[in-house]
Design a protein around this ligand. Structure first.
Ligand SMILES: Cc1ncc(COP(=O)(O)O)c(C=O)c1O
Length: 428
């Protein structure tokens, strides 16, 4: 590690959090990012890593995509954040574009700066519009650490120190339509789920689950909120993951990749029916930096790039290649990889135990891949590269995974204990 990286880690430990630095180092993630370029990132020593974390799916168009950088330069030359209380053409154009690409009758927008803020507003809108209190969410779901969103955190460790949180938040198992049917009634304001759980371990629900949630909400007059913050903008091979089931929510939250790796922006997108609540209350939810003029210009370019380069079809194609490769790998390491999860370019490898997540991250970083295990399910390694990835880079990733799995099983890692329960099947 060079001096610059060491100083950065020491300062971070001293002034931000020493335990975070310890945990990251133990997983080989004491990485100080320097150059960022498309699907790749370089550490402080100039080591090139294929970025398969992408800030949990935030870099769909690649890091510092040259067209996004150009749009940002142009925006900086003429704009600033703008006055948040005024209307602006950048905000209006992005709102119209989001309405255009969103499924069904989702046509109204509230901007924010981050995902948690978008979810907070979604829950406020659902409660305000229905005048009901109950929010049904899911075990291991993740929607951010802000006010309302935190109350819907599916993991106790994130919530318990801050209780009492918002009342009337009810948690049910993800993917279990019957459990949802038991929880949703005429008192329910909203059901809040991710179409595929990201932090929860890349969990794709059974076919028909989202459609059943749609029916339950419609029957009970409740609002269906789909959190597409990780799954949106082509990640799963469609603009939004709910399109795989042809389900249109009443509210959809987006963030991460909308900012093109360059700006902070999020949006809560909803129906005109729900917007009725805001007509007499236009100032009931405000955000100084949410949907800044600068960020809106960059986000418009991000959407234009996704459209003009056919990135969504490309993601579906690359996703199929990746999925086939990961399944081959699982066949090679049957005791260590129990399942390949995901859809499109949102993939997960379910490993035999929780310790393997950090140990695989460690070994992958030695093979030129930055990948981080799931926050709420450490036994699942997330694989979420930029959607601009090409087949030869997927080959590189699969080779790296094979090498890293072998190294991990032979005992290489932050701890030197080999796992006694795993063996590798000889390659055919
Ligand atoms: C599904 C989902 N919702 C919400 C959030 C929170 O977004 P932010 O960290 O921008 O507040 C995240 C962040 O990872 C997420 O994955």
């Amino acid at each position: 590690m060079n001096d610059m990286a060491q100083v950065a880690l020491d300062r971070y430990a001293k002034h931000v959090n020493p335990q975070k630095v310890r945990v990251l180092k133990a997983a080989g993630l004491g990485i100080i990012e320097s150059r960022r370029d498309g699907a790749w990132v370089y550490d402080a020593e100039g080591r090139r890593l294929l970025d398969c974390f992408t800030s949990a799916g935030s870099f769909n168009v690649g890091r510092r995509n040259p067209e996004v950088v150009r749009a940002m330069h142009e925006a900086v030359d003429s704009l600033d954040h703008g006055n948040f209380l005024l209307c602006s053409s950048q905000k209006a154009d992005l709102a119209a574009k989001l309405a255009d690409i969103s499924p069904g009758d989702l046509s109204c927008v509230m901007f924010g700066t981050g995902g948690g803020e978008a979810v907070d507003f979604a829950l406020k809108l659902a409660r305000g519009a229905t005048r009901r209190a109950r929010i049904v969410h899911t075990v291991n779901g993740y929607h951010g650490h802000t006010g309302f969103a935190l109350s819907a955190a599916g993991r106790d460790a994130y919530r318990v120190p801050f209780e009492p949180l918002m009342p009337e938040f009810v948690r049910v198992e993800f993917g279990d339509a019957e459990a949802m049917a038991g929880a949703v009634d005429m008192h329910t304001a909203a059901v809040l789920v991710e179409p595929i759980q990201g932090e929860g371990g890349i969990r794709v629900p059974p076919d028909g689950y989202l459609r059943r949630l749609r029916e339950l909400c419609t029957e009970n007059g409740a609002v269906l909120i789909l959190d597409e913050i990780q799954t949106g903008f082509g990640r799963t091979g469609k603009w939004f993951a709910c399109e795989h089931e042809g389900v249109v929510p009443d509210i959809m939250t987006v963030a991460k990749s909308l900012g093109g790796s360059m700006v902070s922006i999020s949006a809560t997108i909803f129906t005109e029916d729900l917007r009725e609540f805001l007509i007499p209350n236009p100032f009931i939810h405000l955000s100084t930096f949410g949907g800044s003029d600068l960020a809106c210009m960059v986000a418009l370019k991000v959407i234009e790039i996704i459209e003009s380069t056919g990135l969504i079809d490309h993601a579906a194609e690359m996703g199929a290649i990746l999925n086939a490769g990961l399944n081959r790998l699982a066949g090679e390491f049957p005791d260590a990889i129990s399942e390949v999860r995901g859809r499109g370019m949102m993939a997960g490898l379910k490993l035999a135990d929780d310790s393997m997540g950090p140990r695989l991250s460690y070994n992958l970083s030695n093979h030129g891949v930055l990948a981080i295990y799931s926050g709420n399910e450490p036994s699942v390694m997330r694989i979420m590269p930029a959607l601009i990835i090409e087949p030869q880079e997927i080959d590189f990733l699969l080779d790296a995974l094979q090498g890293a799995m072998s190294d991990m099983l032979s005992g290489k890692g932050p701890d030197s204990e080999p796992s006694p329960r795993v063996r590798r099947r000889p390659q055919r």
